[in-house]
Write a protein of this length. Sequence first.
Length: 281
Amino acid sequence: MDDYSAWVGRSETREDVATAAPLAGLAALLDHDVSPWVSGEVPPLGHWLYFLPNARQSVLGDDGHPRRDGSGLFPPVPLPRRMWAGSRIEFLSPISVGAALTRITTINAIKPKRGASGDLLFVTLRHDIAADGVAAIREEQDIVFREPAPTAPATAAAPLAPQEPEPADAVRSISPDPVLLFRYSALTFNGHRIHYDRDYARNVEGYAGLVVHGPLIATLLMDHALHALPGFAPRHFSFRAEAPLIDGAPFDLCLARDGDAVRLWARDATGHTTMRADVAA
């Protein structure tokens, strides 16, 4: 794999405004009747609704993301498949609705690895977000690029055997249908075809169906925590994707208290964990 060390340290700065409309859309998506959010503030993880991608249609690749030709922030990575593997987030100060936002994104690290499925390239981005000039959020985000999918379709794989689920203090079930995935893609202007184009997801990227967005699962887990723990004010949040979640079968949001910390995880219909998260005040 090529040496991309020269790209480490590259950065870009973008500006936005913390408008209310995306938050109303997110509340509808999360099916809020009584909201657990602090009035007048962007809720935890709501910052993902701003600084949306705005690449011209003509520069998009087959997957719906901008082509990685070296003209943008990312290096010219030849590995075609991309996923958001996890994040580590500090909530430094509240973001008021209407605040002027600035985000500085820096490539912190680029690390090639060899996995069971072939070559991988991990790109770690650091996002520093200020609201009205005050530091508000610090996030490290892991993006993984992977080799093409095997030629055999994912549907040919044998289903996982049911697993005894680990105990949880609070559980909520979610049914990830195509409408839920479409609405989240619309909220975040996410063109990645694995979330809405079933033929592409199955025949090109090798998934068994439409893939539930990693940040959507993380947002649902955070929402689960805020509902289960009234008055909880997160200061730290991290999540790590362990396996893809596919539409068509319900999955569970799970919460367990560990002293002052809170463990969160998503588990599929067979009881297998697909994402783990930690949140602390």
